[in-house]
Design a binder for this molecule. Structure first.
Ligand SMILES: [Mn+2]
Length: 316
């Protein structure tokens, strides 16, 4: 069920002069693509735009924004009109919440989004928030310019895993067709957003592969990043490492261990076969989805690996 309406979006924008556009912490391609696309839409309506983010925009996504994004600090006061894109809850924008004392427009595609804004337009299970923004720009009759089409395409591309996930429906391909016709450069965007990696990523990957281990007739596989391997690596540099074990044919459950402290190990579980990894994560105080879950184990790295792998082996 759609929460809110396009009329809600229109009434928010009509009442605004200056609009602040924000998105979630640890932003992905859809978060930044949606901020940038929303910026184009708001400006097309003759309004002023400011981009704000708690930690700023990762370098690999910054080319999508056509104006600088301010890093939030406490001297920034509340604003009358804030747009949150791709945020399942207001908590997801971090400290930027303090700017939200006036009207808040929530545009998103997460099924768990309850409609926390004063104005909402949430389309659960849409492939990306930028996909939802296609409805918005059509309703507002905003022309689909080349820069706008590129931003929408960026979110669609990254949130569907390069059009590989089940969310890549016929409708998604129809929208992608429209965007490429409008000038989105599918090749360049795929290269910059999916193929290209940071130097640090390749170093982390090399370290992870050295630790690749197996159990239970190779049905369980895991990689480990100790503190040394994680030194200087951002979330961006670790992205995708979690999928390495489950890429291997025959592996049912893959695990990534990240050592955060002497007695703090973050564990990410991924299932390829019929194993509920959320159940395993729950045994350690974590949770998640059937095929993707996580937990934090307060133990030494060695013990955390032993305990979690023992639990995984019982489940496969
Ligand atoms: Mn998204």
């Amino acid at each position: 069920m759609v929460r809110g309406s396009l009329e809600d979006v229109a009434s928010f924008l009509q009442s605004a002069q200056d609009v602040v556009i924000v998105s979630h912490i640890n932003p992905d391609g859809d978060a930044i693509g949606s901020m940038a696309a929303m910026g184009h839409i708001v400006r097309a309506m003759g309004k002023q735009v400011a981009f704000v983010h708690e930690t700023g925009v990762p370098q690999r996504f910054s080319f999508l924004l056509d104006a600088p994004c301010a890093v939030y600090d406490d001297t920034m006061g509340p604003r009358s009109h804030v747009v949150c894109v791709d945020c399942a809850s207001l908590e997801r924008i971090g400290a930027v919440q303090r700017m939200c004392r006036g009207a808040v427009l929530n545009i998103d595609h997460h099924a768990t989004n309850v409609g926390y804004g004063s104005h909402n337009y949430v389309v659960p299970h849409a492939a990306s928030t930028t996909h939802v923004l296609m409805d918005v720009l059509r309703h507002l009759r905003v022309p689909l310019t080349q820069p706008l089409a590129s931003c929408v395409y960026a979110g669609l591309l990254t949130d569907t895993g390069g059009f590989r996930f089940r969310s890549a429906t016929a409708d998604v391909f129809a929208v992608a067709h429209e965007l490429v016709c409008a000038g989105a450069d599918a090749h360049a965007l795929a290269f910059r957003l999916l193929e290209q990696k940071t130097m640090q990523h390749v170093h982390v990957l090399a370290r992870a592969l050295q630790t690749l281990s197996f159990a239970q007739e190779n049905k369980v596989a895991w990689v480990v990043l100790d503190r040394d391997a994680l030194a200087g690596a951002g979330e961006d540099d670790i992205e995708g490492i979690v999928h390495i074990p489950t890429m291997i044919a025959g592996v049912h459950v893959g695990v990534l261990f990240k050592q955060k402290g002497d007695h703090e190990v973050k564990v990410s579980l991924r299932a390829q076969a019929d194993v509920n990894v959320a159940r395993i994560a729950e045994q350690f105080g974590g949770g998640g989805h059937i095929l993707a879950a996580g937990c934090t184990v307060h133990d030494t790295l060695e013990h955390a690996i032993q305990r979690v792998i023992a639990a995984v082996c019982c489940a496969v």
